[in-house]
Write a protein of this length. Structure first.
Length: 129
C-alpha cells in the first residue's frame, strides 16, 4: 500500500476549504458522542489520515518503521504520519471500558438535557435546541 505523508501537498486545498456544514456545535457534539458510543472498536481503527474507519488488521500489518503489531489492542487510532497506533497507551481493558463509558454517559447526559445553555464562564457556547 503506497501512502503519501507529504503534509505540504494539500495545503492549497485546505487553505481554501469551506464547509457546507451548518449544524450548530451542540448537534455536532451529539453526533460525535453518538458515533463513538456505538463505534465497533473490536473490528475498526479510527484513521485520521483517511478521515474514516479502517479494519484494525489493515493498520496492524501495515509496513512502517514505527508500527508494531502488538500496539493495536483496545483503542486503535492510526497516527497519520508514521502509521503507529497513537492510542497505544490504552492497553488495560478496564481503562478502555472507562473511555467507552464516558462517551456513552456523556451522550446520555446531553440527550437527556435536550438543550445546551451558554456558560458565560466557559469556552463552550452553542445554540439552543
Amino acid at each position: 500500500m503506497e501512502t503519501s505523508t507529504d503534509v505540504q501537498e494539500d495545503i492549497e486545498f485546505i487553505k481554501d476549504f469551506k464547509s457546507d456544514n451548518t449544524n450548530c456545535l451542540g448537534d455536532l457534539l451529539i453526533g460525535f458522542l453518538n458515533y463513538y458510543s456505538h463505534f465497533n472498536y473490536a473490528e475498526f481503527a479510527i484513521s485520521v489520515r483517511t478521515g474514516s474507519r479502517l479494519p484494525i488488521d489493515e493498520c496492524r500489518y501495515l509496513k512502517a518503521p514505527k508500527n508494531d503489531v502488538n500496539q493495536w489492542k483496545y483503542l486503535c487510532i492510526e497516527e497519520p504520519f508514521n502509521f503507529s497506533n497513537t492510542a497505544r497507551s490504552v492497553f488495560d481493558a478496564d481503562k478502555f471500558k472507562f473511555i467507552k463509558d464516558v462517551f456513552m454517559f456523556s451522550l446520555l447526559g446531553v440527550v437527556e438535557n435536550q438543550k445546551f445553555e451558554h456558560d458565560p464562564t466557559g469556552p463552550f457556547a452553542v445554540s439552543q435546541r
